[in-house]
Design a protein around this ligand. Structure first.
Ligand code: SAM
Ligand code: ASE
Length: 359
């Protein structure tokens, strides 16, 4: 992660072995992130996707409304990061095109676009991480300092405006384009007919569920304002197997179902809140039914993966929770009454844990 040393060879350089390459890469890793964010925000990759053929810095700077000098430097850095390919013409002119990965993942219209994740990283996470040191000292999230939001309710802080809520919902959707199918297929969920996706947001996982398991019905259960916006802006294709229900999973009655999905829910909350929620789920669950946790699992000794370790820092900065090991989820599940627990790692960011209620 955050390593770009591979492109600068130190072979044959005297004393190279004592050169602190990794430290330098880490020290300046945010320059890489920011370059990516800016090229996305200016629409460089979208422009190159839409244009017929590679474009010069002059053309790109005019199209995105930016200075020529700044654009030249940005494009050169993107080429250095292997997001753009620089083509050197005989007349000395340099023109740029998207690399395959940039075209796939950095353009807004791509079905596997990470554009909204990048946007949220740039506009929200980056600002919260400015206060990481305070978060570590205080052991709590940093909305007050980062955004002036003084709310005791976590999701009131996360959803401090309608615009911010939509950005969060787009963030939530975007990763499932990349690894959602692995998660829904980690276990054979075909025995479960009635599924409730608790905190299911705008329904990205629900769509993948109905496509992997055509027999199932999925109800997305989420806070009223999320359901309202989801109905307006997302799930427009009207799959009759998917519907919405407004409610608060800590307070309102949970309907009976064969399977409950908690995707990236428990990592937002303390152990106590998790057990409270899982106990409510256990009570509502039909005998033989279950709960599927979808989370980025830490190894049992906490030694990685680095992504999950960093996400756990992000949960500190942004939420009340943490990333956990499979053993820690198992303990939460068994405290709530789910006796049989199975774990499947996908090899991607998110893994799956299935807890079942005695039949
Ligand atoms: N499950 C989705 C996913 O993984 O893409 C979204 C996860 S997001 C981190 C947490 C979700 O829980 C949000 O959609 C949020 O609105 C919802 N949520 C938070 N508190 C809730 C509550 N008390 N009752 C119902 N939903 C809640
Ligand atoms: C949450 C998930 C996320 C709450 C806040 C969040 C993510 C970003 N901010 O439940 C997705 C995971 N990515 C990171 C960097 O943690």
């Amino acid at each position: 992660m955050a390593s770009y040393s591979g492109t600068d060879s130190t072979e044959g350089v005297p004393g190279a072995s004592s050169y602190p390459r990794k430290i330098l890469d880490y020290m300046e890793g945010f320059l890489i992130s920011k370059t990516l964010f800016t090229a996305c925000e200016l629409g460089v990759f979208d422009l190159l996707l839409a244009s017929d053929g590679p474009q010069s810095a002059e053309e790109i700077s005019q199209a995105v409304g930016a200075s020529l000098d700044g654009t030249q430097r940005l494009l050169a850095a993107c080429a250095g990061m292997e997001l753009l390919t620089a083509h050197h013409r005989d007349n000395g002119q340099v023109v740029y095109s998207n690399t395959a990965d940039a075209g796939l993942y950095l353009t807004r219209s791509s079905p596997v676009s990470l554009y909204h994740s990048i946007q949220y990283s740039s506009r929200t996470i980056y600002l919260c991480w400015h206060y990481l040191t305070d978060a570590i000292r205080e052991g709590g999230n940093q909305y007050k300092k980062a955004f002036g939001v003084n709310s005791k309710d976590l999701f009131q802080a996360l959803y401090r405006s309608d615009e911010e809520m939509v950005k969060f919902m787009q963030l939530m959707n975007s990763i499932w384009n990349i690894c959602g199918t692995d998660v829904v297929k980690a276990f054979d969920l075909s025995p479960f007919g009635t599924i409730y996706d608790l905190g299911g947001c705008s329904g990205a996982l629900a769509k993948l569920l109905t496509s992997a398991y055509p027999e199932c019905t999925v109800t997305i259960f989420d806070l009223p304002q999320v359901v309202r916006v989801s109905r307006e802006h997302f799930v427009a294709d009207g799959d009759p197997r998917i519907d919405f229900q407004e409610g608060d999973f800590f307070k309102d009655p949970l309907p009976a179902a064969d399977l409950y999905i908690l995707a990236r829910i428990l990592h937002d909350w303390t152990d106590q809140r998790c057990i409270q929620l899982l106990t409510r789920v256990h009570q509502a669950c039909k005998p033989g039914g279950g709960v599927l946790l979808v989370e980025a699992l830490l190894r049992e000794d906490g030694s990685g993966p680095l992504t999950a370790q960093l996400y756990s820092l992000n949960m500190l900065v942004q939420t009340e929770g943490r990333e956990r090991t499979a053993g820690e989820y198992q303990a939460l599940l068994s405290a709530a009454g789910f006796s049989r627990v199975q774990v499947r790692r996908t090899g991607k960011v998110y893994d799956a844990v299935l807890g079942q209620r005695e039949g």
